[in-house]
Write a protein that binds this ligand. Structure first.
Ligand code: 13P
Ligand code: SF4
Length: 332
């Protein structure tokens, strides 16, 4: 590994928080990241909710399911996961021999936080005969207590495949769970969690956008609340929303999910308008505060320092791996 003098002096001592010094400026930053990525034999994976600049430099952009497949298949030595903690943790579970870096270790997820492992264990104990299906937006400790992991992309399909005579617990997102229940016809016992971002969209603003753009199609992520999903023309994971925008004849699109996805939508469908639904009172709380902690500067820094790394106890990893492998085997 070869670093420049500026990079060496920028590397923080272990356990300390680095001042943002030594970062190449503006136009030099993408080139510096490219050079480090080559030296480290790293792959940069990014979720659609990342800042535009991170999406533009990533080797691969995808939804949770696609990113976990990439993490399982990559031959790179280092995975830089530009997303949130549970996504990077899933990459580590699938690729234990690789170094997995998350540019900002504070990039958590309100939904994963809404399901503490010990409370979830008590909930499971109340329903001993149930199959446990957990959305991938949960900690490794919750995954380890699950029979099957799903993402918003495959949840309906997977639940439909489960034995009809077994009751099902679904955690941690109640909005997604309700939608899966409606689509699959299976009754689910729901853990009462939700995403702070997808709970924030303003119905009034959505109705106004529909009045202003009557020919636009409403695209919604299933983490949205039921009263908003009732107004949607198409519901799906981030990748499915993107593919719908590409395939649809509609003149424009009103988008009910984190607005990071609009960057890819506008690139792939440049001749049509896209409208992001704001949060209540027009706040910008429709942007995921956790996803947005990652920046191009932190991406550069983690390639310089090889930190922060995702580490995991091997016994926990193996227990969390089993339901993820079941998901990958059942996903078409
Ligand atoms: P996707 O699986 O659709 O990418 O969603 C992940 C997520 O965190 C949505 O809030
Ligand atoms: Fe978690 Fe919501 Fe952010 Fe997705 S948008 S990562 S569910 S907090």
């Amino acid at each position: 590994m070869v670093f420049t003098a500026a990079q060496k002096s920028a590397a923080p001592a272990a356990g300390t928080r680095a001042p943002d010094q030594g970062v190449p400026s503006g136009a030099e930053l993408p080139g510096a990241i490219n050079e480090l990525r080559r030296q480290r034999k790293a792959v940069i994976l990014a979720h659609y909710y990342q800042d535009d600049a991170i999406q533009d430099i990533a080797d691969f952009i995808g939804d949770s399911l696609e990113l976990s497949r990439k993490a399982a298949a990559t031959e790179a030595e280092v995975i830089v996961f530009c997303g949130v903690h549970f996504m990077a943790e899933t990459a580590k579970i699938l690729s234990p021999d690789k170094t997995v870096l998350l540019p900002d270790l504070e990039a958590g997820c309100s939904l994963a936080d809404a399901c503490p492992a010990d409370a979830f264990a008590a909930f499971r104990a109340e329903h001993p005969d149930h199959l446990v299906v957990s959305y991938i937006n949960c900690s490794a400790a919750v995954k380890a207590q699950s029979d099957l992991i799903c993402t918003s992309s495959n949840a309906v399909d997977l639940v439909r495949q489960l034995p009809a005579d077994r009751p099902i617990l679904f955690a941690p997102d109640q909005n997604l769970g309700r939608w899966v229940q409606n689509q699959s016809g299976r009754e689910l016992t729901l853990w009462p969690g939700s995403c702070q971002v997808h709970e924030t969209f303003s119905e009034q603003a959505l109705l106004q956008l529909q009045l202003d753009h009557p020919d636009a199609e409403v695209l919604a992520h299933p983490e949205c609340q039921q009263h908003l999903l009732d107004l949607a023309d198409f519901i799906g994971s981030t990748s499915k929303l993107l593919h719908r925008a590409e395939a649809s004849d509609a003149d424009g699109f009103i988008v009910l999910t984190e607005p990071g996805i609009l960057h890819q939508m506008r690139q792939r469908v440049p001749h049509k308008p896209f409208y992001a639904v704001p949060g209540a009172d027009g706040c910008s709380c429709n942007a995921c505060p956790y996803m947005r902690l990652n920046t191009l500067e932190k991406l550069w820094r983690c390639l310089v320092t090889n930190e922060p790394r995702i580490e995991m106890d091997e016994e926990l990893r193996l227990r969390a791996l089993a339901p993820i492998e079941t998901m990958l085997a059942m996903s078409r």
